[in-house]
Design a protein around this ligand. Structure first.
Ligand SMILES: [Fe+2]
Ligand SMILES: [Fe+2]
Length: 268
């Protein structure tokens, strides 16, 4: 199975910039690149913060851009999104369950769970009891299959103070639930606007940078948040029975590739 993972598109509205950047242009560039080089992928997933202030027109723009993709796409929301406005534009997609952007997908003997971590109206994330029960039910139903989670907030500390301050609230309850099932293999997340890989309690994980603006690693001991101009990435993910492999791609830099061998007589 091959997946393209992108995150935190933070669309505003047509013609508007955001954080000294153009989120629409950068997302369109990602779609162009994916269509050109990754059209053999099974699907694309965006792990939340689709619209910066959850405005309806941003979701209309998002749908227009994503409908240009040659591969199917799945979406979940993040803390910046409006569930209500999102559902107005994307409610017909993905088979969302119980009024949340959560749904299961069983494909190629793999169990993929797309989760909704938007919690109340603040930037940290979490699950209501209702969502915990839904997830546990899914884990029970497919307990014989390797399971892969997609969620906006990482359910562990990432050791960046500012982002951990707006992290996932219910870590202990979440991991207590997962400990009953030994089949969760990998967690894909967004929210952090940083490129992070690691493992927690034996489960590997990965993020991607935002398609629009990055969180500065060096801002974490400051009171204000700082962004950085590090390049956006998408991840090309290959999953088989034995492996999850992610390759991060700076898709705005594609013109920079060059042949690695240049004969000496061609050097000047
Ligand atoms: Fe974000
Ligand atoms: Fe977020």
């Amino acid at each position: 199975m091959k997946i393209i993972h992108i995150s935190d598109t933070h669309l505003v509205s047509k013609r508007a910039g955001h954080y000294a950047s153009d989120p629409i242009l950068k997302l369109k560039k990602a779609v162009e690149s994916i269509n050109k080089y990754q059209s053999d992928a099974d699907f694309l997933v965006i792990t939340g913060d689709l619209a910066d202030t959850g405005s309806l027109d941003a979701y209309i723009d998002l749908r227009e851009i994503l409908d240009e993709l040659l591969i199917p796409y799945y979406l979940i929301i993040g803390n910046h999104d409006s569930r209500e406005n999102f559902f107005q534009i994307f409610g017909d997609k993905c088979g969302y369950q119980d009024s949340f952007t959560q749904f299961p997908l069983v494909k190629d003997d793999k169990h993929l769970l797309f989760l909704d971590t938007k919690f109340e109206e603040w930037h940290d994330g979490g699950f209501s009891q209702e969502r915990f029960e839904w997830i546990e039910n899914q884990l029970q139903t497919n307990s014989n299959l390797p399971t892969y989670l997609f969620m906006h907030h990482p359910p562990f500390l990432i050791h960046h103070k500012q982002m951990d301050d707006i992290g996932f609230r219910h870590k202990e309850q979440f991991w207590e639930m997962l400990s009953k099932y030994q089949n969760v293999k990998h967690i894909f997340f967004g929210h952090v606007h940083l490129l992070i890989n690691g493992s927690y309690r034996g489960v590997s994980y990965s993020s991607v940078r935002s398609t629009n603006h990055q969180v500065a690693l060096l801002s974490q001991d400051k009171e204000l948040y700082f962004n950085s101009n590090e390049q956006p990435t998408y991840a090309v993910v290959n999953i088989d029975r034995d492996q999850v492999n992610t390759i991060s791609h700076e898709y705005l830099n594609e013109e920079l590739i060059y042949p690695s061998f240049i004969p000496m007589d061609k050097c000047s």
